[in-house]
Design a protein around this ligand. Structure first.
Ligand SMILES: [Zn+2]
Length: 113
């Protein structure tokens, strides 16, 4: 009987090409070994993966993000109430943007958005 996957993590592993271990020289019968003694070492796994119940599991991808708002709530509300992207009008109320506008700069007063 050959080695089973658990043999590589067993304290009884003989690390020999001719002998599996002293208790089961020819290997354990079946898919598991009654004398398995975990060596306590963590299995190597690639970045972004983790062993869960002897199964290699891909961890969700996480990105470093900074969601701290740069503006206060009232500044955000001010933009929301006056920016032409929401109103369609220049904040100085001197120009109504066409629907095919290319940017939010006002051609009349020079406001830049
Ligand atoms: Zn304007």
């Amino acid at each position: 009987m050959p080695k089973i996957p658990h043999c590589d993590r067993c304290l009884n592993n003989a690390h020999s090409n001719y002998l599996v271990c002293a208790m089961h020289p020819e290997g354990a019968r079946g898919d598991s070994c009654p004398d398995f003694a975990d060596d306590g070492q963590e299995l190597w796994c690639p970045d972004g993966y983790k062993f869960v119940d002897d199964q290699l599991v891909k961890l969700p991808v996480r990105y470093e993000t900074n969601h701290e708002p740069k503006l206060t709530r009232s500044q955000q509300l001010q933009i929301f109430m006056r920016h032409p992207v929401f109103t369609g009008l220049c904040p100085q109320y001197c120009y109504e943007y066409p629907s095919d506008r290319l940017n939010w700069n006002c051609p009349i007063c020079g406001w830049e958005g």
